[in-house]
Design a protein around this ligand. Structure first.
Ligand SMILES: C[S@@+](CC[C@H](N)C(=O)[O-])C[C@H]1O[C@@H](n2cnc3c(N)ncnc32)[C@H](O)[C@@H]1O
Length: 367
């Protein structure tokens, strides 16, 4: 293979197989089954455990979206996901049709764990992990040592790491992966004019590496770092990213003190972290992105919608932190993110809603 040809190949955008009628039907059928599966589990869990918040604890006068409204928003999300795939921004997901054995095992584990989650939710027990700290966790920041979502062991055990992706999909009615894939669009736009094999992407708070599996679906040669505070979640990420181990680094570190050289990254991504950080730490993390990005590099931020982004969702935004133990979420939901990022030297280039989340693209100025 000639040098020239190799360079051309690495510059090219991901070649999304043209999604013909068969691909479109496969996508639509798979996503319909997915929504039915996860939405069904959300409903079943609510039936088993009772309402997430007892009526007397609900803030008065909240307007909640009805199920039909939420399903319509989910359908619109999936339509945009498919449109992005058809436009060649990214490929059909590698596990569009997941293994039935895994799907069943994950659901069984979720329901086995549910009574423990319900016990914590009923008692509003959000810091149980501090009572029996897993070895090595004592030095982690106090804000982090919580049972976020009332989940068993917080982020501090292998069991929690194994359950996490399934729990998130149940929470979002099967829409979590489609939301995450919306963050691939700005990466596609950024990398299409660059040599992929010479570019670097850092995923901050990578969790189990789920988002990075979609990144790697599309840019397997991209030099990629998965960074997180949780040893257990990173072990899961290492398993999930094993097919791309040659170009993937896994780093246990805090987002507010990245062990990454200045101006070394073309793209920084961060999905569903900021609502779990105190305000002061959010500012430190944003400053770290500005430090490690190359001039002209982008940060692709994804997190929950904030209050007022989509008034239909405002009731859910009020209830979420109470129902899912999210001590910093209410503050996140009203923070001016544009001001936060501008203060760090990262002006906002675009904001794109994606169901219950939004993608915010930030750019480090060239000079
Ligand atoms: C809600 S999960 C999001 C995980 C993943 N990005 C996703 O798309 O699902 C939050 C993640 O942030 C990590 N995390 C929280 N605070 C952190 C910090 N200060 N530094 C690094 N990782 C952190 C947690 O360990 C967890 O994996």
């Amino acid at each position: 293979m000639s040098e020239t040809f190799r360079r051309d190949e690495s510059r090219s955008p991901p070649r999304s197989p043209r999604v013909g009628p068969a691909g479109r039907i496969a996508y639509t059928a798979a996503q319909a089954a997915r929504v039915a599966w996860f939405f069904g589990q959300y409903a079943l869990a609510a039936r088993i455990s009772g309402p997430n918040i007892p009526r007397e604890r609900r803030p008065a006068g909240l307007r909640m979206p009805d199920t039909r409204g939420v399903l319509a928003e989910l359908r619109a999300l999936m339509e945009r996901d498919l449109a992005n795939i058809e436009a060649g921004c990214y490929r059909l997901p590698h596990d569009l049709i997941p293994s039935p054995a895994k799907v069943m095992a994950d659901a069984a584990a979720f329901f086995r764990d549910l009574p423990e989650v319900t016990r914590r939710r009923r008692g509003q027990v959000g810091t149980e992990v501090r009572a029996k700290p897993p070895p090595g966790s004592e030095t982690l920041p106090a804000y982090y040592r919580q049972n976020f979502h009332f989940q068993t062991d917080g982020y501090l055990s292998e069991r929690s790491a194994r359950l996490y992706d399934h729990q998130v999909e149940v929470l979002f009615g099967g829409g979590a992966d489609a939301m995450r894939r919306h963050a691939l669009v700005p990466i596609f736009e950024h990398l299409r004019t660059r040599t992929v094999a010479d570019s670097r992407l850092l995923d901050v708070a990578a969790g189990t590496g789920r988002f990075l599996t979609f990144v790697k679906d599309n840019w397997p040669r991209l030099d990629t770092t998965a960074l997180d505070l949780s040893h257990a979640y990173l072990a899961e990420a290492r398993r999930n990213l094993a097919p791309w181990a040659r170009t993937t680094r896994v780093v246990q570190a805090a987002a507010e003190a990245l062990p990454v050289p200045d101006a070394s990254q073309d793209v920084v991504t961060c999905i569903y972290l900021f609502h779990e950080l105190p305000r002061k730490v959010r500012a430190q993390v944003a400053a770290e992105w500005a430090r490690v990005l190359k001039p002209g590099g982008i940060a692709v931020f994804m997190d929950s919608l904030q209050r007022g982004d989509n008034p239909v969702m405002d009731g859910l935004i009020e209830l979420f932190p109470i129902a899912f133990h999210e001590p910093f979420y209410a503050d996140y939901a009203r923070q001016d993110l544009g001001a936060l990022f501008a203060g760090a030297g990262l002006p906002v280039r675009s904001v794109t809603p994606a169901f219950m989340s939004k993608v915010v693209v930030l750019e480090k100025p060239v000079s």
